[in-house]
Design a protein around this ligand. Sequence first.
Ligand code: AMP
Length: 286
Amino acid sequence: MSGCKGIIVAKTIDEVRTKVAKWQAEGISVGLVPTMGFLHEGHGSLIRKAVEQNDEVIVSDFVNPTQFGPNEDLESYPRDFEADKNFCEKLGASLIFNPGPDEMYDRPRAYVNIEELSDGLCGARRPVHFRGVCTVVSKLFNITKANRAYFGEKDAQQLAIIRKMVKDLNFDIEIVGCPIVREEDGLAMSSRNTYLSAEERKAALCLSRAIKSGKENIKEGMSTKQLTSLMAEVIEAEPLAKIDYIEAVDGEMLQPIEKVQGRVLVAMAVYIGKTRLIDNFSWEGK
Ligand code: AMP
């Protein structure tokens, strides 16, 4: 375990456990921010919140292989550990956990799967994704014994699934959801934005434009088909964009709904060239 200008860098589970045991003995609260690294201000907002609400903050920085499908971007996923370490340190995190895949997985046969909520939206297109996410997040909860964990609403399906997992499996941890952080021009921040060419970067603004149109037009009782068609029109006007899905689901169990009522999640995934981007908004009736 090495301390670099204050932040502790841990590469092994044992190093994290040793540090956490010391903190726990002193009655210190621990916040966890799970990430895949290549950190930006979206991650930054989670880290800031965690620093505000906890005595010590652990950021995990791990490109988790079990949440990638065979034809996805595991190999090319952007990585810059030095920059991540400096970023976490600047924001006041105490420890950055950066294990290799072999540290986290030794021919695993146990997985955590949350049924129903994982079936639609991104889960329908990425069959092993949420099983991988829930498994690694469960491991991180067990390794860090954190009091609170921070997740972005940018990945709204993931957040709903994690909340359900914590409830169903009685994890002793508070889940804190944080709003989507956007670039000045509206594009939701994402490590994958780095894949975009200059031309694609401009085209990617159709996602936030569609979200804006959805937010402006959504009304209690309206047909969800009408709503998602309006949003689809915005995307279809952009030649470089190809819709993977645009759907409205109930905000708790994430099941398709025909009419806007109660708590609604409107989520989409859109290809800009080869890059798949996601965005969403939530709406709550009176
Ligand atoms: P990732 O590194 O992409 O797996 O993201 C790690 C965490 O940061 C997840 O909980 C994400 O939802 C969250 N996150 C990523 N981008 C944003 C953003 N633009 N705004 C808020 N949270 C974000």
